[in-house]
Design a protein around this ligand. Structure first.
Ligand code: 4HQ
Length: 250
């Protein structure tokens, strides 16, 4: 996959893609990240990219000209117009499902806005997908773009190891992860749950599933409505609910 990221601050994005798994994905030719400086497409003499809003008010708005210039430059290079994603708090909430859909694309252009945002005509004519990474306000779209690319890239076949992608399958059931432990078996008096040391694979599997369900019920109960639950899961949840009812917390 090739991703062209249009930004006024490319230096904000060189770090996140230069280490670990995303670095290796680029070295292996599975991922290509192109940072495009929007300012390079300003045609006025001071190379400005923003202006005061029509109708008045505080702040500045990124004008259409450099953004159209940058998108048209990239699409001409590609020979076609790929999906154009705008990072914005007004976008649709980013999710694992959206990451999975985007990971099937050959190309993406991502626009990182700054200041009060971008001229609405860019949204109306160039943007195919407006995406928010959460209900909080950042200074620009660069960190959201890094989050989106990270979540998408790890789903591209070959980017994670074989074992990790099989794990992915089972985790995409929509539950929270069970607790993990490694050596030593006792640390400062804190012990690893006995079942994990037992070597009883079926008991370990059941314990982990129960922990996942318990954690999800406690922390993110709304996830249980979407999750794929087996008969066994429903039985375990029933038992947990009975236990909590028995305690009669109130
Ligand atoms: N911004 N999810 C403001 C975000 C954001 C978010 C990006 C800040 C756009 C103009 N983007 N600029 N949350 O807060 O995607």
């Amino acid at each position: 996959m090739r991703v062209d990221i249009l930004t006024l601050f490319p230096e904000m994005l060189s770090g996140p893609f230069s280490s670990s798994i995303l670095k290796r994905a680029q070295e292996r030719g599975l991922l290509e990240i192109n940072l495009v400086n929007i300012r390079d497409f300003s045609t006025n003499k001071h190379h400005t990219v923003d202006d005061a809003p029509y109708g008045g008010g505080a702040g500045m708005v990124m004008g259409p000209e450099p953004l159209f210039g940058a998108v048209e430059y990239v699409s001409r290079e590609l020979g076609f117009m790929p999906g154009v994603v705008l990072m914005s708090p007004q976008g649709r909430p980013f999710s694992q499902a959206l990451a999975a859909n985007l990971s099937r694309e050959k190309n993406l252009i991502i626009i990182c806005g700054h200041y009060e945002g971008i001229d609405e005509r860019v949204r109306d004519t160039l943007v195919t997908d407006e995406v928010s990474i959460g209900d909080y306000v950042l200074t620009g779209g660069e960190l959201p773009a890094a989050v989106l690319v990270d979540a998408v890239a790890r789903l591209i076949p070959g980017v994670l190891g074989e074992a990790a992608s099989a794990e992915e399958e089972s985790f995409t059931t929509g539950l929270l992860e069970y607790p993990h432990y490694t050596r030593p078996r006792e640390y400062r008096g804190l012990e690893v749950p006995e079942v994990l040391l037992s070597g009883h694979h079926e008991e370990i599997r059941k314990w982990r599933r129960r922990q996942s369900l318990l954690r999800t019920l406690e922390r993110r109960p709304e996830l249980l409505h979407q999750a794929e639950l087996s008969r066994e899961d429903k039985k375990i949840l029933g038992e947990i609910r009975d236990l909590l009812t028995g305690l009669n917390l109130s």
